[in-house]
Design a protein around this ligand. Structure first.
Ligand code: PFF
Length: 451
């Protein structure tokens, strides 16, 4: 079936494994290794993890299934897939607004995500050259602060990262990406195991593991619940149209539910592994778990600086983190490019236009760490504000739209036909989750946070 296309813009994945890898590649990224640990640190640890896991199981998984289903049924970019399906179901084409909001989300996220991915890239060279050998916490922090303070360095690394992303997206989905993901994802997991092994030798191991896995609900606020919900969307690449776009390339007959489950399990395992590697180092060195976005850049170099072969492992780790981020940025660029293609543009011109526009917005985020740090929106720099707006507002809202459309707008018969599960218990549970649990949960969390 390889190569059978329905429209010129629509390739199929080479195999089910290829789709799983690409979807896992999109899901596993900075969200798992960079963001999950620092928001867990900021939100008090174990209790936050419990809420996050509940959000993943009750809301994330059902919506992931719904997005892939929608993409495969519509066979187009998020906006057009939703409007085509709506028409087919006799519903208003205005549902396409859900796809539009999602695409806007992927556009904005990519702009600042690429800046952080640039940090990972910058740290490959820094660790390889032994910058952190024997360094103490203050030195490591100073090095990180210096990077953030330099507009030129941030813009340079961000530019490099956007270029890497555009090159792959311009070439199409099949070439290179599938093959790379097969090697890189297991590599990242292996290095995390090595880091956990190191963490186990530090004096902070039990404190770190306790922090992550022993829930203390008194530390949890309703705001933390919103953050956990937003992160469930962010880490699974939901609410952005990505999984709709990826689903549109999925061959008929492939099990959507089974695929989605593998993505969720792998994504969650990698996030928990990252937390287990990081918090012991935090506690062993008397660091604060709640330092925010700089957490891994201020803790992991300490681990690498004091372990044998640390320069090598450190460089490899940041290289793999870069690759993990890369498979995610590629997925973030895809919906916009696919949509421009459907409007008649060639793949390369579409890629370049989208990439340059997103790059420009990213420059503003990069500068918000230094020269523009004085400009704040709701008390945060531009980077923080865009992160909050996308993860905690736009993604859940798009997710709500997807749940309502697939749960209520589409007939049960169409949904069950596309999933190929018949009327099994699994199907019924999913349908219940998508019609009631997910929408109600998203609305409740929102309303609570407005009050
Ligand atoms: N899921 C990715 C991560 O956890 O790093 C980030 C991401 C990729 C978010 C793609 C959104 C997206 F569409």
């Amino acid at each position: 079936m390889a190569g059978t296309t329905q429209t010129t813009a629509h390739e199929h994945w080479g195999s089910r494994l290829a789709f799983v890898l690409a979807a896992v590649g999109s899901a596993v990224g900075l969200g798992n290794v960079w963001k999950f640990p620092y928001i867990t640190g900021e939100n008090g640890g174990g209790a936050f993890v419990v809420v996050y896991l509940a959000c993943i199981a009750l809301i994330g998984l059902p919506i992931l299934i719904a997005e892939i289903l929608l993409g495969r049924r519509g066979r187009m970019s998020p906006i057009n897939a939703v409007s085509a399906t709506a028409r087919r179901e006799g519903r208003s084409p205005a549902w396409a607004g859900v796809g539009l909001l999602g695409m806007a989300g992927s556009f904005v996220i990519l702009s600042f995500y690429s800046v952080i991915a640039g940090w990972a890239l910058a740290y490959v060279g820094r660790t390889a050259t032994g910058t952190f050998a024997g360094a103490d916490a203050a030195t490591v922090k100073a090095a990180f602060d210096a990077l953030k303070a330099s507009p030129w360095q941030l813009v340079l690394w961000h530019t490099a990262f956007m270029a890497l992303t555009a090159v792959v997206v311009g070439r199409g989905v099949r070439h290179g990406l599938e093959r790379a993901a097969k090697i890189l994802m297991p590599g990242l997991a292996l290095l995390l195991v090595i880091l956990i092994g190191y963490a186990a030798t530090t004096s902070g191991f039990s404190a770190g593991v306790d922090f992550l896995f022993t829930p203390d609900f008194s530390k949890l606020s309703t705001h933390s619940v919103l953050i956990a919900l937003g992160h469930a969307f962010f880490t699974l690449s939901l609410g952005m149209g990505i999984m709709i776009a990826y689903g549109s390339y999925l061959a008929p007959g492939t099990s959507i539910a089974g695929t989605a489950l593998s993505v969720v399990v792998l994504d969650t395992v990698i996030a928990l592994m990252a937390g287990t590697a990081i918090f012991p180092v935090v506690f062993a060195n008397g660091l604060e778990p709640a330092v925010g976005p700089g957490l891994i850049f201020q803790t992991l170099p300490l681990a690498f600086g004091s372990m044998p072969g640390g320069a090598l492992f450190g460089a490899l780790f940041f290289l793999l983190l870069t690759f993990a981020a890369w498979t995610s940025t590629i997925s973030l660029l895809e919906p916009t490019v696919e949509w421009l293609q459907e409007r008649g543009q060639g793949r390369w011109p579409a890629t370049i236009k989208a990439a340059v526009t997103i790059w420009a917005l990213g420059v503003a985020s990069a500068l918000s760490f230094n020269v523009w740090s004085g400009y704040t929106v709701f008390g945060q720099n531009l980077f923080g504000a865009l992160d909050f707006l996308t993860a905690n507002v736009m993604l859940p809202l798009t997710g709500l739209g997807v749940a309502l459309f697939v749960g209520w707008g589409m007939s049960t018969a169409s949904a069950s036909e596309e999933l190929g599960l018949g009327e099994t218990l699994g199907f019924r549970l999913w349908h219940l989750a998508i019609r009631f649990v997910a929408p109600v949960a998203v609305v409740v969390v929102f309303v609570y946070n407005l009050l």
